[in-house]
Design a protein around this ligand. Structure first.
Ligand code: GMT
Length: 379
């Protein structure tokens, strides 16, 4: 099959998921064409069957806002037409679903049918999408998609509650390559971060408000009072400075390291003992799943779809949003005893198998076949 994938190329979960999906499909023999404004971060090295098309957005003095969506739709048309794509799979509705609709309509005029699948990832519905600046276009373009998927039951329900959606939404959970994340820790790396065998706590995100990174610092502060420990912050974003300020105020800054955006998450996760995810909302929480696959238990909020990937009390613990006291107590409970910690690590790693890439990819392939058949039947 020749598949076009449109996504954000950044470290965000939707881009990571879309890139891993494309790579896995290519490995199975499909031809995958990525259409993005930058090389996706996880698309490194030469991979046979993968093609990359960069969206160029020419500037012009008239444009205070260069029309990215128009450039994207035109690039879609060009790539679909010249590479005879069978279908287009867009990740994150804004603005990918509406650009896909535009491309589809243009190609229809040339007698080319291109079914569109839209995968909803979270904030495209729950935060940005529902804003009235975008909502009518988001709702329209989702409804125009030939198939809609959501990464969790929670997100599917949120979508139905937010918009008048006239089609079924299939839930296809996000996935992880369990084998890839099952790594031995690099001892030298662990010693650099925790020279005296301290416990290592980890948080990775885009440091947006929704992640509540201050809660991560507060939890670490409590853990640090009773257990020798270090905290690693991976990623970057608007709330990083606030987290740094708070770590200085609470006098834990010497035991916290901000390592910025990192590509080798497997190696970082391999040295971690606990992953913290304190978000106000997560449609799914791919970062938590990757942690579990690496055998790292998770203490998180119980927001959104997190309850669909975690088993409270087994793979880690969940607390209410903002309940730093409970999440701190639970973190200490996991970390204070070696045997107990190992139990949580094993349980997290075992549970991640349910979301293994080899289980989820065939579900996407089945959907592609179904959508293609329907499209051919309509022709
Ligand atoms: O977490 C973010 O803000 C990034 C965002 C994205 O679109 O890249 O992540 C969303 O999609 C991920 C992949 O499906 C999910 O694992 C995240 O839970 C979801 N984020 C939110 O819902 C806030």
């Amino acid at each position: 099959m020749r598949i076009g994938i449109v996504c954000y190329p950044t470290f965000g979960g939707s881009g990571v998921l879309a890139t891993e999906l494309g790579k896995a499909l290519a490995q199975k023999g499909h031809h995958v064409h990525f259409i993005t404004y930058q090389q996706p971060v996880r698309l490194n090295g030469f991979i046979p069957n993968i093609f990359y098309h960069e969206v160029q957005v020419p500037t012009y003095p008239l444009f205070d806002y260069p029309p990215y969506e128009t450039a994207l739709a035109s690039t879609m048309v060009d790539v679909i037409r010249n590479n005879h794509l069978d279908l287009l799979h867009v990740h994150y509705a804004i603005p990918h679903a509406s650009a896909a609709y535009m491309a589809k309509k243009i190609l229809e005029g040339e007698g080319i049918r291109i079914p569109v699948i839209t995968t909803l990832h979270g904030t495209d519905i729950t935060l940005v999408g529902r804003d009235k600046t975008y909502a009518p276009v988001v709702a329209f373009s989702i409804n125009q998609s030939d198939a809609i998927t959501a990464v969790s039951h929670n997100l599917r329900d949120e979508t139905f509650n937010t918009f008048k959606i006239e089609k079924p939404i299939q839930v296809i959970h996000n996935f992880v390559d369990v084998e890839r994340f099952h790594r031995k820790p690099i001892d030298a790396f662990r010693r650099v971060i925790a020279p005296n065998g301290e416990r290592i706590l980890l948080h990775a995100s885009n440091f947006r408000k929704i992640k509540r990174v201050q809660d991560v610092v507060r939890i670490f502060h409590e853990v640090h009072k009773v257990l020798p420990s270090k905290l690693l912050f991976v990623g970057d974003g608007p709330e990083r400075a606030t987290a740094e300020d708070l770590s200085r105020q609470l006098n834990v800054c010497d035991d916290i390291r901000f390592v910025g955006k990192q590509e080798q998450m497997e190696d970082i996760l391999a040295i971690a003992d606990l992953f913290l995810l304190t978000s106000e909302y997560e449609s799914f929480g791919l970062a938590a799943l990757e942690a579990m696959a690496a055998g790292v238990p998770v203490v998180s909020t119980n927001a959104g779809g997190l309850g669909e990937i975690m088993i409270d009390g087994v793979t880690g613990f969940m607390g209410n949003v903002g309940d730093v006291v409970t999440m701190s107590r639970r973190s200490i409970e996991i970390l204070q005893d070696d045997t107990r910690l190992q139990g949580f690590k094993d349980a997290a790693a075992n549970h991640a198998h349910q979301f293994d890439i080899h289980t989820i990819i065939p579900i996407y392939e089945a959907l592609y076949n179904e959508v293609l058949e329907e499209s051919l039947a309509k022709a």
